[in-house]
Every structure is written in structure tokens, then in C-alpha cells.
Design a binder for this molecule. Structure first.
Ligand code: CAA
Length: 384
């Protein structure tokens, strides 16, 4: 089945696929093993304008369409999820600027990100506030024309390699309503008081640095605040509505990569005198895997298309795509390991890496429990 992609989207998909087949796939196992950020892949993506996909031409980009971005993330994720995160986080970290930035902020910060000269990150989560994003403790206190920021963030994807980091902090010291207390700021890594802490050791996406960030009397100019004071929480929620289809696309790509591997293996592997693909037990597993993938693609592309067409209820379509595609990726990659049997359990084959990488898609950008909460709140509303 194929979704109605336009010519530009098909061309970008083909270009990203070819580059990843030639340059990313051969690096994927090594990136996972070393756990080091793949600067060569970042340069490759910048050179081929892949990092420019999330941005419109007026800010130095080549597209700005959510569906085009989704298709590119899906292609990269078939080969290497760590590499797909380079593009996903460039989008996630720039979305707050795109959605709430002034014209001056957009002109200053977006073009270097589109050119891939600079990298972005999104700093919302803290050690004590993950799912309960409104419970953050980082504070930014206004002193004349600057805010003085103190606090820390954890689990910040790309935090140690980012130049431009959108940081959410409490600006209303007495309040307890997240929707009014939190503001968003553009922080530059060169600002005194910005420090990168430890990098986490992870099960998967091992080449993508997950950093602690510290802010010690960091002076952020008022000009770097995004939108009005107190707009930060709603902005964070809007950003996540836009970015969750990207996690769905990642999950979809991993599942497709794992399916292709399992099918290839099942054709080659002979037991009891014939290829194991001829056994109905294997065929049924592959049939279920393919069905999960098609359903995940339909929800993911529909969510991205809804963003491009500015349809209402994007929180619902984004959450549904994210929850379904990530659960599908976990099932499909687990089944791929099973089809490869003992070989699936070895590092010599990519199946086990795909299974480890799939797990994070059920956790980050809102756990799947939070997605179900968002979905339930919407579908339980009385309408009409
Ligand atoms: N868009 C706009 N506004 C929204 C909104 C949305 N999608 N969702 C909520 N709001 C508004 C509400 O209308 C409300 O406004 P009013 O007070 O004016 O009515 C306000 O925000 C507060 O909303 P809630 O009462 O619903 O807030 P809550 O505290 O119950 O939290 C939540 C809601 C959905 C659980 C939210 O906290 C959430 O999404 N949590 C998960 C956080 C998350 O996804 N973190 C991921 C970190 S980023 C990451 O993982 C990136 C990476 O590594 C790659």
C-alpha cells in the first residue's frame, strides 16, 4: 500500500534511502557499539540538506512539511535509529522557535540550524518531572533585561552536542498552575553558566547523547524568551503534538527494517530440509508483522498530513500514531529476533539492536501511558 505522497516527498524519500543504504547502514553497528555521536553522519546529512527538511525556504530550509520530515525519518530509521535522531532532534529543538518565535528570533536561529552548522535541543524534562512536565523546578527570575536561570534538566537528547537549546523554566515563583507559571527561553551553549553534566549509558540509541544540563546563574536576555511570560507549558504541549508523529515514524522505520531482515533470513535459513519461510508458523508471524506496519504507517502519515493541513485535534492523531507505531515496533522487532532464533540474539545481526532501539519509542516524547491519557481525555469528551 502506498500513501499519496507528492513528487517532492517521493524524491526526498529516494534520496534519503540511497544515502542511508550506502553510508549509514555500514556504520550502524559501529555507532551502537562505540556509543559515540556520529559526527560524520551529521555532516553527511547537512551536506545533502537532510537537516534542512524541517525548515521552510524562507528560513534556509528545503521543505517544512511534516509529512516530508516523517518520510525522511522513517527511511533513516530503517537503517540506524541513532542517525534518525540527528534529524528528529533538529526538528524538535527548533519547533518552539518556529511555533512561538518572533521574526527576529526565527531569522537569527533557524537558518544556521537548517544549514546544519548548528544543532538544536529541547530541554523540558527534569529528574523529578518526566510525565508530569508541569512539575519542573528550574527557575528563571527576571532582573531588568535578563532572566537569571538556575536548575537542571535530565534526559536531554542531543544536549551535549547542541548549540541552541530551548529551555523551559518557572517564571512565576508563587504559582502552582503549570499553564501560567512556565516560560520558554532560547539558550546558547556559549552563555556563561551553561554546563553539560553526565551522559547516560543506555539500552539503545547508544550513539545519541542523552545529557544532563545545568544552569548556574545563567543570564538569558529577555529578547530570548519565546512568546509571553507564562506561555511555556502550552508551547511545550504544542511542540510535542507536532513532534510525536516523528517518533511514530522512527518506530515505523525500525519495524520495517526488522521485517525486511526477518523475511530475508527466513528465505535463506533452511531447517528440516526447506527454507523456514515455507513453514506456516513463520508465515503467520510475517503476516502479522506486515499488518502492524501498514496500520502504523496509516496512522503516522495521517497524523503528519493533519499537521500539514492544520486540522484540529492534532494532539489526538499524534498520540494515536505514537502509541500504535511504537507498540508495533516493539512487537515486530521482538518477532524478528524470534525468527532469527539464536542468531537474533547475537550482536552479529542487527535484529537485537533494532529491538533495543525500538524500546525507547514507547518511552520518550511522552510515555505510551501519557499518550493513552491524552487519547482518553479527547475521546471521553462529549462532542456536538
Ligand atoms: N496544546 C495546547 N495546550 C495544551 C495542550 C496541548 N496539546 N495540552 C494541555 N494544554 C493546556 C491545557 O488546556 C491547560 O490549559 P488551561 O489551564 O488554560 O486550561 C494547560 O495546558 C494544562 O493542561 P493539563 O491540565 O492537561 O496539564 P497536566 O499537568 O495534566 O499535564 C500531560 C498534561 C499531557 C500529562 C503533560 O504533562 C504531558 O504531555 N506530559 C508528558 C511530557 C512529555 O511528553 N515529555 C517528553 C519530553 S521531550 C522528549 O522526550 C524528547 C526526546 O528525548 C527526544
Amino acid at each position: 500500500m502506498d500513501f499519496a505522497l507528492n513528487d517532492e516527498q517521493r524524491e526526498i524519500r529516494e534520496m534519503v534511502h540511497d544515502i542511508c543504504l550506502e553510508r549509514v547502514e555500514p556504520r550502524a553497528a559501529e555507532i551502537d557499539e562505540s556509543g559515540e555521536f556520529p559526527w560524520d553522519i551529521k555532516e553527511l546529512f547537512a551536506k545533502h540538506d537532510i537537516l534542512a527538511i524541517p525548515f521552510t525556504p524562507e528560513y534556509g530550509g528545503v521543505s517544512g512539511s511534516a509529512l516530508t520530515l516523517i518520510v525522511a525519518v522513517e527511511e533513516i530509521s530503517k537503517f540506524c535509529v541513532t542517525s534518525s535522531l540527528i534529524l528528529s532532534v533538529q526538528s524538535l529543538g527548533s519547533l518552539p522557535i518556529w511555533l512561538a518565535g518572533s521574526e527576529d528570533q526565527k531569522r537569527k536561529y533557524l537558518p544556521p540550524l537548517a544549514r546544519g552548522e548548528q544543532m538544536a535541543a529541547f530541554a523540558l524534562t527534569e529528574s523529578g518531572s518526566g510525565s508530569d512536565a508541569g512539575g519542573m523546578r528550574t527557575r528563571a527570575i527576571r532582573r531588568g533585561e535578563t532572566y537569571v536561570m538556575n536548575g537542571s534538566k535530565t534526559f536531554i537528547t542531543g544536549g551535549s552536542v547542541a548549540d541552541t537549546i530551548v529551555v523551559f523554566a518557572r517564571t512565576d515563583q508563587d504559582g502552582d498552575a503549570p499553564a501560567r507559571d512556565i516560560s520558554a527561553f532560547i539558550v546558547e551553549k556559549t552563555m556563561p553558566g551553561f554546563k553539560v553534566g553526565k551522559l547516560e549509558k543506555k539500552m539503545g540509541i547508544r550513539g545519541s547523547p542523552t545529557a544532563q544540563l545545568f544552569f548556574e546563574d545563567l543570564a538569558v536576555p529577555v529578547a530570548n524568551r519565546l512568546g509571553n511570560e507564562g506561555d511555556g507549558f502550552k508551547l511545550a504541549m504544542r511542540v510535542l503534538d507536532h513532534s510525536r508523529p516523528g517518533i511514530a515514524a522512527q518506530a515505523l522505520g525500525i519495524a520495517e527494517g526488522a521485517f525486511a531482515l526477518a523475511r530475508r533470513y527466513a528465505r535463506d535459513r533452511r531447517q528440516f530440509g526447506k527454507p523456514i519461510i515455507e513453514f506456516q508458523g513463520i508465515q503467520f508471524m510475517l503476516a502479522d508483522m506486515a499488518t502492524q506496519i501498514e496500520a502504523a504507517r496509516a496512522l503516522t502519515y495521517a497524523a503528519a498530513d493533519a499537521l500539514d493541513r492544520h486540522l484540529p485535534d492534532i494532539n489526538l492523531s499524534s498520540a494515536m500514531a505514537k502509541v500504535f507505531a511504537s507498540d508495533a515496533a516493539m512487537r515486530v522487532t521482538t518477532d524478528a529476533v524470534q525468527i532469527l532464533g539464536g542468531y537474533g540474539y547475537l550482536r552479529d545481526f542487527p535484529a537485537e539492536r533494532m529491538m533495543r532501539d525500538a524500546k525507547i519509542t514507547q518511552i520518550y516524547e511522552g510515555t505510551n501511558e501519557i499518550q493513552r491519557l491524552v487519547i482518553a481525555r479527547e475521546v471521553l469528551k462529549e462532542k456536538g
